[in-house]
Ligand binder design. Structure first.
Ligand code: MN9
Length: 312
């Protein structure tokens, strides 16, 4: 199977109420905002969307809400990884049933996966839940603890998984990412996952990227990609530097809860994160707003037609 994701794909947040329950009424506004920001797709229930902290029923409800609204407007990829591979395969089947464009899955991470063969068998079981949908392995060693050689993994996995099209690569090892892109004449669609290193990935040949900060700063990254394409590396580096400073400011808080606060600042109140992620206290929130303001964030993050609250 051949499939390509290009441009910026937002790893979407799962809107929650103050009490931690789902707040799916906000999904249409989130999708409108992302579409105006210029992203090409959404990656649902990944690390950013706290997929691992949701129950199976909640994951189905979130995927359904997003796919229903975004279908035909943005590419929809549902992350279905789970420590229970049977449950992951069922989530994959559900994603297909609701009309998602593609599925993706992390490695199981409680019992550690020790070899590329075992990982390929695990992913084959998951991907078989939706055999006619493109499947992306989600490589994120920092969270799963599964740090196997992806250059060896892809061909072994492709032999066992007919719908494997590529992977979401969230690790800073650009040389391995480039080698994956170059495998078998560029057969695998390897999508970059470290937003603060997008420029390095473009230099290595990336065409698409999935990440959390594309929710709030897609216009900046679009300018970065355009600068790279016209060969203006000075400008591309300046824009990447702004992204690095932004990520550093967000990292002074618990990262994803702070990202949700930024969405709230932009007019999309998607609530707190769930435990085990911490809350951002009001002093941290104020500092974050000041840090972002000092970077000019509220100017360069604004999509065409204003942010979610105002159309100035
Ligand atoms: O995979 C995200 N990774 C995690 C995507 O959330 C662990 C990234 O988009 C990062 O949040 C981003 C900031 O460090 O690069």
């Amino acid at each position: 199977m051949e499939y390509r994701l290009t441009g910026l794909i937002a790893a979407t947040y799962t809107p929650l109420c103050e009490d931690g329950s789902l707040h799916l009424d906000l999904v249409p506004a989130m999708v409108d905002f992302l579409e105006r920001s210029g992203v090409t797709g959404i990656y649902i229930c990944g690390s950013t969307g706290e997929g691992m902290s949701l129950s199976g029923d909640e994951r189905r409800a979130v995927a359904e809400a997003y796919v229903q609204v975004a279908k035909g407007r943005l590419k929809t990829i549902v992350q279905v990884g789970h420590n229970s591979l049977a449950e992951a395969a069922q989530l994959a089947g559900h994603a297909r049933w609701i009309g998602a464009d593609a599925i993706s899955a992390t490695a199981p991470s409680y019992f550690k996966v020790g070899s590329i063969e075992v990982l390929a068998d695990c992913m084959a079981q998951v991907a078989s839940g939706a055999p006619d949908l493109p499947f992306y392995y989600y490589n994120i060693p920092s969270l799963t603890g599964v740090a196997l050689d992806m250059v060896s993994f892809l061909p072994v996995a492709a032999a066992r998984i007919p719908n494997l099209v590529g992977m979401k690569y969230t690790a800073p090892t650009v040389f391995e990412f480039q080698a994956c892109l170059e495998l078998e004449g560029g057969r695998f669609d390897c999508v970059w996952g470290c937003d603060e290193m997008l420029l390095s990935a473009l230099a290595a040949g990336a065409r698409g990227a999935i990440g959390s900060t594309y929710n709030t700063a897609a216009p900046l990254y679009r300018r970065l990609m355009e600068a790279f394409e016209r060969g203006d590396l000075v400008e591309a580096r300046r824009l990447q530097s702004l992204s690095i400073q932004m990520v550093r400011a967000i990292n002074r808080c618990p990262f994803h809860p702070a990202m949700k606060q930024i969405l709230t600042m932009l007019g999309l109140d998607c609530g707190p994160c769930r435990l085990p992620l911490a809350r951002v206290d009001s002093a941290q929130g104020e500092q974050l707003r000041r840090d972002l303001d000092a970077l000019g964030f509220f100017d360069w993050s604004r999509p065409a037609g204003g942010n979610a609250i105002s159309n100035e």
